[in-house]
Every structure is written in C-alpha cells, then in structure tokens.
Ligand binder design. Structure first.
Ligand code: URA
Length: 236
C-alpha cells in the first residue's frame, strides 16, 4: 500500500513501516517503537525518540520520563489508554544522541500519517525536538511552553519534556501547570478560541479570569532563534 494515498488504519501503517531499515537506526535499534494508545484519541503526545527502555520494550515513554508522564496524565484524570503517544522518530538513536535531520525527514511521514489517522483535537509536543519540528520554529521550549498554537487548523500545545522536568524541579512544576491548562482546555470550549499559527502572535491559553500565558509572543523581537517561519520540515 502507498503512504501517499493514505492508509486505512494504524495497523496498516505499522505493517507498511514493517521491519524498517529506511535509515541506519534500523541497524542499531532493538525494537521499533510505533506508538501506543487510543486510535481515536482526542489528545495526542509527540515525544522525541525512544530511549533505552523504549527500545527494549517497543513502547514509548516506559522509563522514568514515562512514569512522570503517567502521573501528569492522572493529574488531569486521564491514563495512557485515553490518549495516543508517539515520537518524532521511531527508532532509538545510539546512546540517546539527538535525532539527525535525515532521520527526522525519513521517519516523520509516518508520524504525519499517524496524526491523520488518529485525527486528535489537540497535540501536545514534549520538549524541543517535537516542538521545533511540529511548529517549524526555532523558538525554544522555555519561551513557548504552555501556549496554544494552530498548525493547519489543529491545536498544538508545546510543553517541557518530562525527562527535562525530572532533572529540574522547577520545570516539573511548570509542566504540571501546563498539564492543568491542557485538562481545562479539553474539558471546555477553550479549544474553539482563536489561536495563532506559528510566526503570528500567540494566543493566550486562559484558564481563568486574569490568567495569561507566560512570556512574550514567539514573534517578539527577543524571541529565541532567527524567526518562526515554517522551514523545510513540516507537519500535516
Ligand atoms: N523520550 C522520548 O522522547 N520518547 C520516548 O518514547 C521516551 C523518552
């Protein structure tokens, strides 16, 4: 079956990916980590890449960062079976090094197809890699976490990566706050409020009277990076 024409379901996509050796990570991984969760989830998480435990078990976020993700989900009344969890790339980079651009370009068509099939209302990007890819932005996660973006009509909320939060207690608190906002957003009508595309003024994700998203808009002069115009890599 041809990916460009769209596959009928996630099972067909997993079969299509198969015992993938489209990039060199296929030679060093133990197990390909396709993704896990509800095929019709309203909320989808996109992480970076499998780590050691994920590589061994074939499931995303099963290590310490995954335990924190489970706790954060529980904090908003959800479990992993209510959501869908996937990564930017499906095989572990050796030694947990950063994914390379060619690996991302090779693998992300599968993520895009997953998103098309799952059709989530909201995507939460976990950490810098998933955020920079999804929003095609150079803005760092510290600046734009917790805000609501629109990418081709779909809502995207970047948050700190749970692994980063494990090392920095203050980030853990911020991550928990951002999850509370996501919970409120999923329950209410906030999802229908106007949101901004990357590179435009960023909508504030109000959760109550007087509450505003932290930091300046991503297109403010002091934003990190040279700008937020979408570049070659793109989602949806
Ligand atoms: N970190 C990620 O980004 N993804 C995983 O699946 C595990 C750890």
């Amino acid at each position: 079956m041809d990916l460009t024409e769209g596959l009928p379901d996630l099972g067909a996509l997993e079969s299509h990916i198969g015992d993938c050796h489209r990039c060199a990570l296929g030679d060093t991984r133990t197990r390909l980590v396709f993704g896990v969760g509800a095929p019709g989830a309203e909320l989808m998480f996109v992480g970076e890449a499998p780590g050691k435990n994920e590589d061994l078990q074939g499931e995303p976020f099963v290590g310490a960062a995954g335990k924190l993700l489970d706790e954060l989900l529980a904090g908003i009344g959800l479990s992993r079976s209510d959501v869908y969890i996937a990564n930017i790339i499906k095989c572990r980079p050796p030694g947990n090094r950063d994914p390379e651009r060619a690996e991302i370009e090779t693998c992300t068509p599968f993520l895009e197809e997953q998103i098309r099939l799952i059709d989530p209302r909201v995507i939460v990007t976990l950490g810098n890699f998933a955020t920079k890819y999804t929003l095609a932005t150079d803005s760092g996660i510290s600046r734009i976490h917790g805000r609501l973006f629109s990418v081709k009509g779909r809502k995207v909320v970047p948050v700190f990566h749970p692994a980063a939060a494990l090392y920095t207690p203050s980030k853990k608190d911020v991550l928990a706050e951002d999850f509370q906002r996501i919970g409120v957003m999923l329950e209410g009508d906030e999802c229908d409020e106007p949101v901004a595309a990357p590179g435009e003024a960023v909508a504030e994700m109000a959760t109550g009277p007087g509450e505003t998203a932290p930091g300046p808009p991503v297109d403010a002069p002091d934003a990190e990076g040279p700008g937020d115009e979408p570049e070659a890599l793109r989602l949806f």
